[in-house]
Design a protein. Structure first.
Length: 659
């Protein structure tokens, strides 16, 4: 019986990894043949991709249920222990050697504990619904086989990132999801905006990844290990004095946070995520709302004891998170593209998660990650259903009154909107309240962080209500042809919406799963750092309802309110519409400093003036010498004979000269 109970922990990580990888392998090897086959064969490719992720989700759900029922400690489930080796019953073959260089030994170590199992549930659960949704959304795309192969590959790398037991293996998954993000954002690569967005995401993430690589190097130099459990377990004793390096912990935390900021779109590396909306809408839901962009939050939470040991790094994380949340929320208020509103909303919600993590409320950060995955995936897929009904139109100024035309999409979108706005008894309300309570326990700037969090929560309720009102209420503002063709999405798209709507309601209920309590053993911290006070919940409810009421009043009663706001706000509106000038500044830096500087300094200054002159000068000297030497090569035999005679006479004269 005990062997049966242990079997899931030994098999689940490997099976969960193998299933999407197998799906990708089949689709990649036989994709061209499937594409040229009969229609049902192409549809079967989508079913194969969906099936691998659904089975992986069932295995992940089994692991979470077992953890909840058994109360197993995080240390007991680390696969680096020989007693839990692979294959089961053969501990001599573990650990599986992966990298061995000098004194550095890095095994292929997987880690299954409450934190990784919860992320498994998110990646495979949300991923399964998005795979199924894609069957309808991509039904008429000629490259849907390639699309599903990319989805499976992304799922595999995301699972590697989540299950990795050490930083190098996590980095493999980290880079893998970056590659898949590039492929999926630029899936319609024949469209220039899509290919440019893919390249932008790839380049910006490489900047963040440079910090992650440096952080791993410094971590190994300082700690002597890259194993995640070892670093977390010993973080309390890793003081600067014992390490012999002042600020080593802070340096590691800040460098790793650079990587997290790139992947999770935090200031100043946030600019790639809004442009990533050029990819198919299911991609936006899977990668840029529910899974990949939360990788940075997951890494910080995984190394919670390390960040807890560095108050400086924690303050930086909290301040960057709060600033990003506020900035993105203000930009979302003026966006007119339905997906761009949700994109900046994602950036803002990720800022909330880092605000919680920097305040020491790591459980609250992961709790919001968990609830956000459901309602943001619901909102993105709902926007895809709207775009599908509108024949590709994404401008909310040309929508309106869609609730009557597509009622299921409208009803589920309303649930997602209420959840992210913080309406009581929905999932987002509980996780946001947990974050706001966590800011009170921040080691520094607690009241300021709480104020920013409350204000941003009110802005969130405002811009999401604005989005819902302009899209689903009032009169239809599009053309007659579009209105005539409005239709509800197929069941393959509506069923995932309904399931995600249910998840957006129930995932915040503590009696179902107490996420912070479930994760507390992983963080190994002495206290939860969440301080609930009696006035906080009414305040959170008040700002949410105020934001909803103001937006509903303005955008329901006044049809021309967008034009009025644009006129009255003037410069403020232009700043928000320009996204605070980040893209313009980066474009200027790239064109003037990188391209212009390379042309002026490297090309004209060094290459042309120094290197070319040196090379050409050497060639000119050689040519000049050659021109004079070749005068001796006249081609006249008598002349050559005379030279030989003269040489002979000179040699004989030298030899016969008396000494």
């Amino acid at each position: 019986m005990n062997a049966l109970m242990e079997m899931p922990y030994q098999v689940v990580p490997f099976l969960v990894l193998a299933l999407p990888l197998a799906g990708f392998t089949v689709l990649a090897l036989f994709g061209d043949s499937i594409k040229r086959g009969k229609p049902y064969e192409t549809t079967g490719a989508g079913y194969l991709a969906c099936g691998t992720v659904i089975v992986a989700f069932l295995l992940a759900a089994w692991s979470v249920r077992s953890l909840l029922g058994l109360g197993v400690r995080a240390e007991d489930l680390r696969f680096a222990q020989p007693s839990l080796g692979w294959p089961p019953g053969d501990p001599e073959r573990w650990p599986l050697a992966w990298i061995s260089v000098g004194g550095l030994e890095i095994p292929f170590a997987l880690l299954l504990d409450p934190l990784s199992s919860l992320l498994l549930l998110v990646v495979t659960g949300i991923g399964s619904l998005i795979h199924v949704y894609s069957l309808g959304y991509m039904a008429h795309d000629e490259d849907r086989v390639r699309y599903f192969s990319y989805l499976n590959l992304f799922t595999f790398f995301m699972l590697v990132l989540v299950l990795a037991g050490n930083l190098p293996l996590m980095f493999v998954g980290w880079e893998g999801v970056g590659l898949c993000s590039y492929l999926l954002i630029g899936f319609w690569f024949k469209k220039k905006s899509a290919s440019d967005a893919g390249k932008k995401a790839f380049i910006v993430n490489r900047i963040g990844d440079a910090g992650l690589i440096l952080g791993m190097i410094v971590a190994f130099h300082a700690f002597g290990t890259l194993d995640l459990v070892d670093i977390a377990s010993n973080a309390g004793s890793l003081t600067p004095d014992r390490l012999g390096q002042v600020g080593a912990i802070t340096a590691v935390c800040l460098l790793l946070f650079v990587g997290a900021a790139g992947k999770s779109a935090q200031i100043p590396l946030h600019v790639w995520l809004p442009d990533a909306m050029e990819g198919p809408t299911p991609v936006s839901a899977l990668i840029h709302a529910a899974t990949m962009v939360t990788a940075g939050v997951y890494m910080v939470a995984r190394l919670a004891p390390l960040y807890h040991a560095s108050p400086t790094a924690s303050v930086v994380v909290a301040v960057i998170g709060a600033a990003t949340a506020l900035m993105a929320a203000t930009i979302a208020m003026v966006q007119t593209d339905i997906k761009k509103v949700l994109a900046y909303s994602t950036v803002s919600q990720l800022g909330f998660m880092f605000l919680a993590a920097g305040s020491g409320a790591y459980g609250a950060a992961v709790f919001h990650l968990f609830t956000h995955a459901f309602f943001k995936a619901l909102l993105f897929l709902g926007s895809g259903s709207v775009i599908h009904a509108m024949g590709g139109e994404q401008d909310i100024r040309k929508m309106g009154g869609l609730l009557k035309k597509i009622p299921v999409t409208g009803a589920t979108f309303a649930i997602g909107t209420a959840a992210i706005a913080g309406v009581p008894f929905l999932s987002g309300f509980y996780s946001k309240e947990e974050i706001l309570a966590g800011t009170l326990g921040a080691p520094a700037l607690g009241p300021l962080l709480l104020g920013v969090g409350l204000f941003t929560a009110g802005l969130t309720a405002f811009y999401m209500t604005r989005l819902f009102v302009l899209t689903f209420l009032g009169r239809f503002r599009g053309d007659l042809e579009t209105e005539h063709h409005l239709h509800e999405s197929p069941m393959s798209m509506l069923v995932p919406l309904c399931l995600l709507a249910v998840g957006s309601i129930v995932t915040g209920w503590h009696w179902l799963i107490d996420v912070p309590g479930f994760l507390q053993p992983v963080f190994r911290l002495p206290e939860a750092h969440v301080h609930h006070v009696g006035w906080l919940m009414p305040a959170a409810i008040g700002v949410a309802l105020a934001g909803i009421a103001v937006a509903a009043f303005l955008y329901t009663l006044y049809a021309d309110v967008p034009a009025r706001l644009k006129e009255r706000l003037g410069g403020v509106y232009r700043v928000l519409d320009a996204k605070y000038g980040f893209d313009r500044a980066y474009d200027a830096f790239a064109s003037r400093v990188v391209v212009g500087g390379s042309e002026t300094l490297l090309w004209k200054g060094i290459d042309t003036s120094v290197i070319d002159r040196a090379v050409n000068g050497a060639g000119e000297v050689t040519a000049a010498v050659s021109r004079r030497v070749r005068l001796l090569q006249s081609g006249v035999v008598r002349g050559y004979a005379l030279v030989i005679l003269m040489g002979t006479v000179a040699i004989l004269g030298y030899l016969m000269w008396p000494r």
